[in-house]
Design a protein around this ligand. Structure first.
Ligand code: COA
Length: 183
């Protein structure tokens, strides 16, 4: 496993993992919009971030209403993905869910000629009042660690607009669609 890929390899990986992502052209993209597909080989991954005072992390359980309210506050279109089919891994302050992501299993895929288990964190959000405190990144790092501990070979980030943020954990862009902003 490695964490560097050529452009052609990156395109092939996207086609293997997420065949719905168009890897030619920029149809449907608005000016100034960029969408990245990112990957991280999990072998040897360790959480690089310190613990956060007053914040705990864990899988969400119980009444789904507070989780759905938090998701809808960040991105109403994501509530349909938080339907319980995939586990939600969250950050909590006291009992309050303040940050959330889905831990997905994308199945066994051929990555650079090797059958590999691919998972990922998706639909990541932090409530606006709790942003820029390191909670979201810590949650994604711990989620990434869980994927590794569960035997996944790669963590894949689908269609993100914050590649620089994921790059802080070592995720690399394998493919991007981009249209420059209009002047
Ligand atoms: C992106 C998002 C999840 C970040 O959550 P957060 O809890 O505020 O993130 P953190 O506080 O852990 O960020 C940690 C670091 O990333 C930086 N950062 C935060 N947002 C960033 C961004 N959009 N791009 C690059 N870096 C960013 C912070 O400055 C911080 O850096 P520092 O530690 O060097 O100061 C949050 O802004 C959000 O919910 N956005 C709307 C939904 C979204 O875009 N989700 C991602 C799409 S897949």
């Amino acid at each position: 496993m490695r964490n560097e890929w050529t452009e052609a390899e990156g395109r092939k990986i996207v086609e293997a993992v997420f065949p719905r992502v168009p890897t030619r052209g920029t149809d449907g993209l608005a000016p100034g919009k960029r969408e990245d597909e990112m990957l991280l080989a999990l072998e040897g991954y360790t959480d690089p971030l310190p613990a956060l005072d007053g914040v705990t992390f864990g899988f969400y359980s119980g009444d789904p209403a507070p989780l759905l309210a938090a998701v809808s506050e960040v991105e109403p279109g994501w509530a349909k993905y938080y339907d319980g089919r995939e586990p939600a891994f969250c950050g909590f302050v006291g009992e309050t869910v303040v940050s959330f992501c889905l831990l997905s299993d994308f199945g066994e895929r051929e990555i650079l000629g090797v059958k590999s288990r691919v998972g990922g964190t998706g639909c990541v959000g932090t409530l606006p009042a709790y942003r820029r405190r390191g909670i979201g990144l810590k949650m994604v790092s711990l989620g990434t660690l869980i994927l590794k501990e569960r035997g996944f070979d790669y963590s894949y980030i689908h269609d993100t607009g914050v590649p620089d943020w994921y790059a802080k954990l070592g995720y690399k862009t394998i493919f991007k669609r981009e249209i420059p902003a209009e002047n």
